[in-house]
Structures are given as structure tokens and as C-alpha cells.
Write a protein that binds this ligand. Structure first.
Ligand code: 13P
Ligand code: SF4
Length: 346
């Protein structure tokens, strides 16, 4: 399903002086507003550093969802894409949830419109509806379970063991990966991530040839021919862990390049190589960087805190419906002891 992709913003090149002025301004606003930053690994290094310096978190989408309720602050500032802000609000309705840019969405979310999805579910009433977290609150409200890439496999294994047939949306690549690794009967919605969709398999083969000792790390939103070449397939957290834990010195990384900041911080002596895309000069729309994650910057964050206008609002009724499948995921993670926080050398 084609979606409209904005021109991909490059992280703004600020002088050290400008960065310092902005971070000082933001730190003051965070204290004044009793606010905590919750940032994804794909956001700019400036935001990741600031989130950690101010007691916030930098994490994958599962941990971002869990972090909000662990802090006392009245406001959560979610640096990431819209579904992450909505999930934070669904779990923490009493908190104000703010985002640097409310237009920061996700091609998976855009490609799974709630009414069409609901019709798809109605056509398959015998199936348990499992949706990826990268969806709107309305789509979550129609689901039995919400999963992130960090917890999709154990949840679907658990459901398959009970003989459940699954309806999966929206990411067909992750859905197929889950199907292959659980043996579950899964009916797929036809959606994909514009960033991971652009990795090129023949070009990856050439890079592997040049770096024969490099381990290939792949996010499961990538197409089959990229996953086929992977040494590790997993969530952003597990790919970061792999760089620290594996003996290899070189890694070819097939996911958004924002993740390099945390990988390099945790393993400064390792060489990280981008999995090739078609490249800026060709038809590449995202070139290994999510155009919507790129809307988060020190400037947009400062402006959002100052204006207070980018708050996430969800009606009580919708929130209640969307919370059920999200809470199932969180309870499952708790019961299974799935602790995926990636701090230090975890
Ligand atoms: P993670 O849950 O692995 O952080 O992935 C979120 C995402 O949007 C990847 O493109
Ligand atoms: Fe969505 Fe892909 Fe961006 Fe992740 S990288 S937020 S899946 S468009």
C-alpha cells in the first residue's frame, strides 16, 4: 500500500554554541514543567544524550511504553513517532504527553487505516488479532494483542501453542518472520516500513564480500532477502546488545542509522557499516533514516515545550479499548520476565 513520504530531514547541523543554548533552554523547561524525555534509538544523538543526562530514557518501543509509568513526572515528552506518543498516553492517561512534532508518523501506521483494518478483521472472525505497536490507537482498539518487535515471537508462540490462528498487521515482513519462527498460522496485512524496505540485497552481498568477517545485524522489518543474510535478527535493543556482546569487530547494520549512536557509545572500538540502500542520488526516499524520526530535533523539542501545543489527546472510550491489548503485552512481558532495558553493557 503506497504511502506519502515526506522529504527526509537531515539532522540539523548546529554549532556547539547553538546546541548548548538549546539544551540549557530545554533543561530549564523540563524542570519547570516536571517533564521527562522518552526517546527512541532512531532519534538524533543530541536528543539521546539529552534524554539520558536529564534522567529520561533512550530505548526501543517496548521499553519506551514501559518507562512512562515508572517515572513520577507530570509530563512525558516522547521523542519518536506518533504511535509511541499515543502508546504513552494510553498507558498513562493522567500524564500530559507531549511530542516535538505531531506530524511525525510511520509508514506502517499510515498504511493501516482503521476502517479498512476493521473490515479485514470482520472478514476473519476466527482469527486472533495481533497488531504491531506501529499503529494508531484506533487500530490497537480493534486488536486482541499489541506486540513490538522485541516481544512478537514469544507472544505469537504462546498464542500458537493454544491453537490460535492469527491475523497480523501491519508489517508483512515482520509478520512473515514471526510466521517462519513460530510456525503459527498467520494471515498478513500488506504493509511495510519505507526505511527497511529500501535495503538492497545484491548490494549487501557485495559489502559482505568486502568485509567477510563482519556480522550482519538486521531489524525484522526488513525484506526476506536481507533477513536471509543476517547473523542476528532482532529489535533495536537486541541489535545494540549484539554489537557489545559479539566478538566480531565489524558489523553491517540493516536498520535506521540513528541506532549507530548507542552502538558506538557502548562499543567504541567496533566498526559499523550501513547496509546499502539505493542511495541519495537514486530513488531512495529514506536512505536508512526514518523521515518521521528526523522531525525530532533540539529545536522542535524546545518549541514544543515552550508552546505546549503538541499534546497527545485520546478520548476516554478509545483509550480504554486500546489499553486492553497493550496491557496484555505488558503483563506478558512482566510474567515472562522479559527485561529488555539496554543500559550500559546489559
Ligand atoms: P523497535 O521496537 O525495535 O525499537 O522498533 C521500532 C521501529 O519503529 C523500528 O522501525
Ligand atoms: Fe515506522 Fe519504519 Fe520509521 Fe520505524 S523506521 S517508525 S517502522 S517508518
Amino acid at each position: 500500500m503506497p504511502v506519502e513520504v515526506p522529504e527526509h530531514p537531515h539532522w540539523p547541523q548546529l554549532s556547539n554554541f547553538e546546541k548548548q543554548q538549546l539544551t540549557t533552554r530545554i533543561k530549564k523547561l523540563l524542570i519547570e514543567q516536571d517533564a521527562t524525555l522518552v526517546a527512541h534509538y532512531y532519534t538524533s544523538p543530541d536528543l539521546q544524550i539529552l534524554a539520558e543526562e536529564t534522567g529520561g530514557c533512550v530505548a526501543d518501543s517496548l521499553e519506551m511504553a514501559r518507562f512512562g509509568s515508572k517515572v513520577q513526572s507530570k509530563t512525558l515528552v516522547v521523542c519518536g513517532v506518533r504511535f509511541m506518543g499515543e502508546t504513552a498516553k494510553i498507558i498513562n492517561p493522567e500524564k500530559r504527553v507531549l511530542m516535538p512534532d505531531l506530524e511525525a508518523t510511520c509508514s506502517l501506521d499510515l498504511g493501516c487505516e482503521a476502517e479498512a483494518f476493521s473490515q479485514f478483521c470482520n472478514n476473519h472472525p476466527d482469527r486472533t488479532v495481533v497488531v504491531y505497536a506501529n499503529t494508531s490507537a484506533e487500530v490497537k482498539a480493534r486488536a486482541d494483542w499489541v506486540v513490538t518487535s522485541g516481544i512478537a515471537l514469544p507472544i505469537v508462540k504462546y498464542l500458537a501453542k493454544q491453537g490460535k490462528k492469527i491475523l497480523w498487521a501491519p508489517d508483512k515482513h515482520l509478520g512473515r518472520y514471526v510466521q517462519q519462527n513460530t510456525g503459527a498460522d498467520i494471515l498478513l496485512w500488506d504493509g511495510s516500513c519505507v526505511v527497511h524496505e529500501e535495503f538492497k540485497s545484491a548490494a549487501l552481498e557485495r559489502v559482505r564480500h568486502i568485509h567477510p568477517d563482519a556480522a550482519v545485524l538486521v531489524h525484522p522489518e526488513s525484506p526476506q532477502d536481507i533477513i536471509d543474510q543476517a547473523d542476528v535478527v532482532g529489535s533495536t535493543t537486541s541489535l545494540i546488545k549484539a554489537v557489545s556482546n559479539m566478538d566480531n569487530v565489524e558489523f553491517i547494520v540493516a536498520t535506521d542509522r540513528g541506532i549507530f549512536h548507542k552502538m558506538q557509545e557502548q562499543a567504541p572500538n567496533k566498526l559499523l557499516i550501513e547496509c546499502p540502500t539505493a542511495g541519495d542520488g537514486a530513488s531512495c526516499q529514506s536512505c536508512a533514516h526514518c523521515p518521521w524520526m528526523g522531525m525530532n530535533s533540539l529545536q522542535t523539542l524546545a518549541e514544543a515545550l515552550e508552546s505546549g501545543s503538541n499534546t497527545i489527546e485520546i478520548s476516554a472510550e478509545l483509550r480504554e479499548q486500546a489499553l486492553r491489548p497493550v496491557q496484555r503485552m505488558l503483563n506478558f512481558a512482566e510474567q515472562q520476565g522479559i527485561h529488555i532495558k539496554n543500559r550500559g553493557n546489559a
